[in-house]
Design a binder for this molecule. Sequence first.
Ligand code: ADP
Ligand code: MG
Length: 492
Amino acid sequence: MSSPLLAEATRIAREFDYPADQVQRGVAEYIRQSNEGLAKENTTLSQIPTFVTAVPNGTEKGLYLAVDLGGTNFRVCSVQLHGDTTFSLTQSKIMIPRELMASGTSKDLFTFLARQIEAFLRIHHNEHFEAHQRRRREGHEEEELFDLGFTFSFPVRQYGINSGTLIRWTKGFNIPDAVGHDVCALLQSAIDHLDLPVRVAALVNDTVGTLMARSYTSPGETGTLIGAIFGTGTNGAYVEKLENITKLKHIKDAHYDTHTGEMIINAEWGSFDNQLSVLPSTIYDRDLDADSNNPGIQMFEKRVSGMFLGEILRRALLDLYNNAQLFKATETSVPSDSFLHRQWGLDTSLLSDVEGDTLPQMPKIKAALKEHLAIENPTDDDCKAVKILTHAIGKRAARLSAVPLAAVLIHTGKLDTDDIVDVGVDGSVVEFYPNFEGHLRDALREVPEVGVAGDKKVRIGISKDGSGVGAALIALVASKDETLKNPVEKSS
Ligand code: ADP
Ligand code: MG
């Protein structure tokens, strides 16, 4: 073949191969770890019971509220479900003042959130709001409350569909007095204090929202089996038989509706195989992990998700730059402050730009190198080397993504039924990385239990807005849950 540079790039790329036999071993191990997670606490796969016991089929109707607290913005929305797989959504987004994130009390924060809900209702649902205030003044008992789904993206220990205590804050939040308290109760009491016609009906995880949103919007009346996110991080939720979730009986104070015989499990699959018994590892994966702030943790996520793919590529490129002839032509310039030299300096969107360039002149690759890394005048061989590595890293991520999907398909036995099995996915990586689904499907097909039959049988579709329409749907399911109205009694 060609130049020593391309030969070296090709050699490194091969280290990212993830062949069929490894996919199969990965699937077997995933099934093992997932069964362990259903039986016990403190396992690699957390397999968290969500207490959501029904999935929508597209015929659901009504007006629901959803709020999302999990990062820089607080989002409030109302969702009108039309009952024909369609919905309309109205939303507002408010930046959370820094002082409320870290120095105040939980009362300050939750009062702020309740005020935003009030402002939203006054603007978008004023009639309902005023009618409620009037009925309150006139002393009516019967109330028409909005059911609200609360997407709260911090670690919580959940006890029911609308109760869960905060384990710890992450992402820059730090309000110590909230830790150990039920976040739904905190929000409800702030709402009640302002006398708003709102009931916090459900605590929502974003992957579960993704599953629910897809199940409502997907064609046909069959429910969705899996909701999966491939964005900043990766995680998935799926529908499990209640009888398989044997650890439920150890959860004290758990209360849930048993009539469907099912419950959605939040797998937390980003931490699949933290012990690295089956996951592939290159020197770049090992160094990335060692230099991260949580070594040994989220090992699957570190090979698959948007937060990490750019950094894996950066390390491989830097290796070629230091030890081969990448970006070394006289006409090529790499500034000393190029993000090539900076940890986490390479955004995963570069991989999509590079992979998406199919023209012989490689204009998008050149533009991306300039834009992301300030590299000017790369040679054609440089660009080809970048493409070879990008392709290898992206393809491995997509093939790895097939592992949890295949495992859940096999474990739930859904491949043996006549129905289409529906999978909802969300996140920039699966949405924008060229042919991510194609590579994922190639690997799925190589799992004998899935095989070519899976091509038709497994339907994969984008599911946007899990924390909006998904959360609204969970509020709906929760509002129909009899155990909530009388928490002491378990329905059967
Ligand atoms: P979030 O997971 O926070 O909800 P996204 O689904 O948009 O948000 O994922 C953001 C992640 O996706 C970031 O890590 C970012 O680097 C990566 N990303 C953004 N754009 C692209 C793209 N075009 N192709 C691949 N990855 C992307
Ligand atoms: Mg997202």
